[in-house]
Structure formats: structure tokens, C-alpha cells
Design a protein around this ligand. Structure first.
Ligand code: B12
Length: 144
């Protein structure tokens, strides 16, 4: 049994004030045994990168709702590289402006800036399970 569960970092992009989905994702992942640090809404990429460097999460999940995630997050890969950090990056929500006409195109655009697009909270859990399975029965410390 591990003493501490792995940490997952959550955030909403810099221009985006939609708080609900990110908070729900936090509660969902905690319920499923992960420690979660939620940086909350309107978080600049530099702050996300600083948190990755400081806390060394196993993954970063972004909830984007206002449709501007692609431009908001376009610098994150470089911000991480400056800090010599590498971490799997995932995003979900309403990640584009308007309805999605071609999901593969959206996936490809986000892949260019280092992200995998996920649809549901369950997808997030599956992605995490592939990285580090939660240790069932472990006593969970409070989020940092
Ligand atoms: C509430 C709301 C607001 C509130 C936000 C209050 C707050 N602080 O949270 C207010 C009124 C402030 C607001 C403002 C704006 N909003 Co608004 N808002 C909404 C609304 C009605 C609900 C969003 C919400 O909380 N949903 C609840 C969550 C839980 O549900 P969900 O979004 O479906 O989330 C699910 C999935 O998306 C997914 N998911 C979400 N995040 C993640 C993350 C990961 C990692 C994964 C795996 C999955 C995942 O799982 C969730 C659960 O199933 C939506 C319309 C709608 N009905 O969705 C518009 C909406 C998001 N807003 C929109 C817009 C345009 C704006 C404004 C730009 C409007 C304006 N002109 O000012 C501003 C933007 C302000 C800003 N800086 O971001 C658009 C976005 C359009 C787009 N993306 O193409 C929407 C879709 C409305 C619309 N149909 O046009 N908004």
C-alpha cells in the first residue's frame, strides 16, 4: 500500500471563468482515490507550469468551457520545457468555439500543443488508471 496517493493537477485556462465542471472533476477524482490540487479558474499557463514544477503531479487536467482553450494553452508546452518538466496533459469540456464538426481535427489541433482531448470524467479516470492505478484502501491525505 502506498503511503500517499499520486497527485493530479486541475485548472481552467487563463481567459475562462467557468468553475463548475472543474470543481466537479476535482470531487470525482478525489472520490476515486486521487489527491487533487485544483488551481481553479483563469489560471495562466505560467502558473500551471510553476505548479507542475513544484508539485510534480502525475497528470494535468484542464477544463475549458469558453472555447478559447487552444490559444490560452498554446504556450504551456514551452513553459514546461523552460522548467525542464514533462507531464501528460489532458483537456475536456467545450474546448472549441461553437459545435465540434470534426473531432479528429480538434484532437489534432490540441495534440500540436501537447494535449489529449477527453470527453468524460470517466475518460479522465481511465487515463489516470493507465498512468498509476489508485491503491485501494490507502489512507488519503488532504489535498495539498
Ligand atoms: C454557467 C455558464 C456561465 C457562467 C459561468 C459561472 C461560473 N463562474 O462558472 C457565466 C454567466 C459567468 C458565463 C460566462 C460566459 N460564458 Co458561459 N456558460 C455557462 C453554461 C450555462 C453552463 C456551464 C457549466 O457550468 N456547465 C456545467 C458543467 C458541469 O457541464 P458541462 O459543461 O457539460 O461539463 C461536462 C463536459 O463538458 C465534461 N467536461 C468539462 N470539463 C472537463 C474537463 C475534463 C478533463 C474532462 C475529461 C471532461 C470535462 O464533463 C462535464 C460533466 O459531464 C454554458 C452553457 C451550457 N449549458 O453548458 C455556457 C457556455 C459555456 N458559456 C459560453 C460563453 C460564450 C460564455 C461567455 C463568453 C459569454 C459572454 N459573451 O460573456 C462568458 C465567458 C466568460 C469567461 N471569461 O470565461 C458558451 C461557450 C461557447 C463555446 N465554447 O463555444 C456556452 C457553451 C454557452 C453557449 N451555448 O454559447 N457562462
Amino acid at each position: 500500500m502506498r503511503e500517499f496517493e499520486p497527485l493530479v493537477l486541475l485548472a481552467v485556462p487563463e481567459s475562462d471563468c467557468h468553475v463548475v465542471a472543474c470543481k466537479l472533476l476535482e470531487l470525482y477524482l478525489k472520490k476515486h482515490g486521487y489527491r487533487v490540487m485544483n488551481l481553479g479558474v483563469t489560471t495562466p499557463s505560467s502558473e500551471i507550469a510553476d505548479a507542475v514544477a513544484r508539485l510534480r503531479p502525475i497528470a494535468v487536467f484542464i477544463s475549458g468551457q469558453n472555447g478559447h482553450a487552444l490559444s490560452d494553452l498554446s504556450g504551456l508546452k514551452d513553459e514546461l520545457a523552460i522548467r525542464a518538466c514533462s507531464v501528460p496533459l489532458f483537456i475536456g469540456g467545450k474546448v472549441t468555439l461553437g459545435p465540434v464538426s470534426d473531432a479528429d481535427e480538434v484532437q489534432a489541433r490540441f495534440a500540436e500543443i501537447g494535449f489529449t482531448v477527453l470527453q468524460s470524467f470517466n475518460d479522465a479516470r481511465e487515463a489516470l488508471r493507465k498512468l498509476v492505478p489508485p491503491a485501494h484502501g490507502a489512507r488519503l491525505p488532504e489535498a495539498v
